[in-house]
Design a protein around this ligand. Structure first.
Ligand SMILES: O=C(O)c1ccc(O)c(O)c1
Ligand SMILES: [Mg+2]
Length: 597
């Protein structure tokens, strides 16, 4: 299907937007009037520019407050419409979007609305144009798709049809099945937007919080399926009003937008991508370290029971292991400053297919510099710049490391990497969620918010079906201000143990001190037995319980080398999340710990 994007989705002037849309591979655009009005190009020149870029102009919009008005107003509205038809003729666009009236002067009279829209359609038809009527969720009298359809049916004019916008339809949790019964050919245009579930004024929700498909909570595949069942064969067109996208790099937003459509088409089976291979776990996490952070990470790894088992053949890179937990310390990446997670690796049953899928979803390939004889690691770059390596089930990458011969430590019972905690750059949180969801086919777990010492935080978990790969993405709800302590957004690796009390007893490293107030509150909140709470307190273990009785027991290290820390988790009874309720306790404790040295 053709793919289009409304100019309102991305930042910049009209030229910036057109360039971005074309570069991302869109076939067409919806031209917003504002973008035309502020452009120094004439409509003719815009038409030429779009043609040069290979973009069609699929829709001109919006035309507001047209229908169901008193006669004098109707004359003025028709006159206004003629001026817009002039512009459309010069642009070479044949469809104009008329959104349902929000005017207090509009009359609640379907017959009047239908007859006036029919007059408008007559004039449009005279110029080879057509009218797509869209019910805004906050329309004065017409606010649902079925109401707009009744009016279009009543008008019964060949140049009058519907514009269906997923936001307006799905934000109203309307009855949907009837969409499939709309007369073939009467859906003139389809606009797609996702959104998070929010309880708020629907206009504010629409104008600030729309997202690209796959980034929010709406069931877009079902909606689009119904529209296709009604015979729609026009473009899939994104219309996303979003405060962050409006001020982000348009080239990047357009790629994010295109990825959302490719992923949606894949879910609709309109266009098949290489299927996502099964993933078998997080095979290693790589930290970039320098002369200051390297030593503190080594001390911590030893204290956690890791052994420095391997040294890279050609690079200053160390492999540390304990059971299936692997950490790589890379001193070759010399970005000055804190230690940071600069890469992680996921085991795929078919790395090459994983990579082909990633490419089809416009994931940037990671330039992988390798010496002869070294394992070929497929790699892509995540939205926050982290490299994601895709490794084979046989872990052939380990042969790049020569054994150190260091005797293997007894360990502390750590079994495998449970999850990574990756704080995301403010502008790329939604992009990251869609990236992992589509490229690696990770499911969205719950999205949550919590009040942390340095601001409100949002978290979104993503995981594969059998939960061997879990990522906890976090972001501050507001872009950070000037007072942002360095510990505000650290990254971490969590390792799984089967018995956290035994593991805690075997550790030999500084634990994060957890305040007594926390344990007093915990005992009260969950009615826990005294001796259990005493054990948790003795080891600095935090606790969470979900609504089905699943439990998480976890503990943290202080922040190491400026930005990273480790966590140990024991999951009981199918606990599926990350203990977000305890994140504020951890953040405050980490800051106390830094202040006290
Ligand atoms: O917010 C609006 O006014 C507006 C305008 C045009 C649309 O297609 C729409 O969905 C919303
Ligand atoms: Mg719309």
């Amino acid at each position: 299907m053709r793919r289009s994007i409304a100019t309102v989705c991305v930042s910049g002037t009209l030229d910036d937007k057109l360039t971005a849309a074309a570069a991302a591979g869109f076939d067409g655009i919806e031209l917003f009037e504002n973008d035309l009005v502020v452009s120094p190009r004439s409509p003719d020149e815009i038409r030429t520019r779009c043609a040069d870029l290979g973009l069609s102009i699929d829709l001109y919009q919006p035309f507001r407050d047209f229908e169901a008005v008193p006669p004098a107003q109707l004359r003025a509205n028709l006159e206004r419409a003629e001026r817009k038809f002039d512009v459309m003729a010069a642009l070479g666009v044949d469809t104009v979007l008329v959104c349902s009236s929000v005017s207090p002067d509009a009359v609640d009279d379907d017959e009047l609305a239908a007859s006036q829209l029919s007059m408008l359609a007559d004039r449009a038809a005279g110029r080879g144009m057509r009218i797509a009527y869209e019910a805004l969720a906050w329309g004065r009298h017409v606010s649902t798709w079925d109401h707009s359809w009744r009016i279009v049916q009543r008008a019964d004019h060949p140049a009058l049809g519907l514009c269906l916008d997923s936001f307006h339809v799905l934000s109203r949790s309307a009855e949907l099945d009837g969409i499939a019964d709309i007369t073939p050919g009467k859906i003139f245009f389809l606009q797609l937007a996702d959104a998070p579930n929010l309880s708020m004024d629907v206009l504010q929700w629409s104008r600030h919080h729309r997202l690209f498909p796959g980034q929010g909570a709406f069931d877009l595949p079902r909606f689009v399926d119904l529209v296709l069942a009604a015979g729609y064969d026009g473009p899939l067109s994104l219309e996303v009003f979003n405060d962050v996208f409006r001020q982000s790099d348009p080239a990047r937003t357009a790629v994010d937008a295109m990825r959302s459509l490719i992923a949606l088409e894949d879910r609709l089976s309109v266009r098949g991508l290489p299927s996502a291979p099964q993933l078998a776990g997080l095979s290693f996490t790589e930290f970039a370290v320098d002369g200051r952070s390297g030593p503190s990470l080594r001390v911590a790894l030893r204290g956690l029971g890791f052994t420095h088992t391997g040294q890279h053949r050609t690079k200053p890179v160390e492999l540390w292991e304990q059971a299936a937990c692997r950490v790589v310390l890379n001193s070759a990446v010399t970005e000055p400053g804190a230690a940071a997670i600069n890469a992680f690796a996921i085991t795929s049953e078919d790395p090459q297919r994983s990579l082909r899928r990633a490419e089809a979803l416009l994931a940037p390939a990671h330039p992988n510099v390798r010496e002869p004889g070294e394992a070929e690691l497929a790699a892509i770059t995540a939205p926050d710049g982290t490299s994601v390596f895709i490794t084979r089930p046989d872990d052939d990458w380990r042969s790049d490391f020569l054994p150190t011969g260091v005797p293997v430590a007894a360990g502390a019972g750590l079994l495998s990497t449970d999850h990574l905690g990756l704080a995301q750059p403010f502008d790329h949180f939604d992009e990251a969620g869609l990236f992992y969801h589509s490229v690696l086919d990770l499911d969205h777990l719950a999205t949550g918010e919590y009040a942390a010492p340095f601001g409100l935080m949002r978290s979104r978990g993503v995981a594969n079906p059998d939960r061997t790969v879990r990522l906890a993405l976090t972001v501050a709800l507001l872009r950070r201000g000037e007072w942002a302590p360095a510990v505000a957004d650290p990254q971490h690796v969590a390792f799984r143990t089967g018995d956290i009390v035994a593991t805690a007893s075997a550790l030999s490293l500084a634990r994060l001190p957890v305040p007594d107030n926390y344990y007093a509150d915990l005992a009260a909140r969950f009615a826990l037995p005294d001796d259990f709470v005493a054990t948790l307190r003795r080891h600095g273990i935090l606790y969470d319980r979900d609504s089905s009785g699943g439990e998480l027991l976890h503990l943290y290290t202080p922040v190491l080398g400026g930005r990273v820390f480790f966590e140990i988790v024991e999951r009981r009874g199918g606990y599926d999340l990350f203990g977000e309720a305890n994140a504020p306790v951890r953040m405050a404790a980490q800051r106390h710990r830094r202040l006290s040295g």
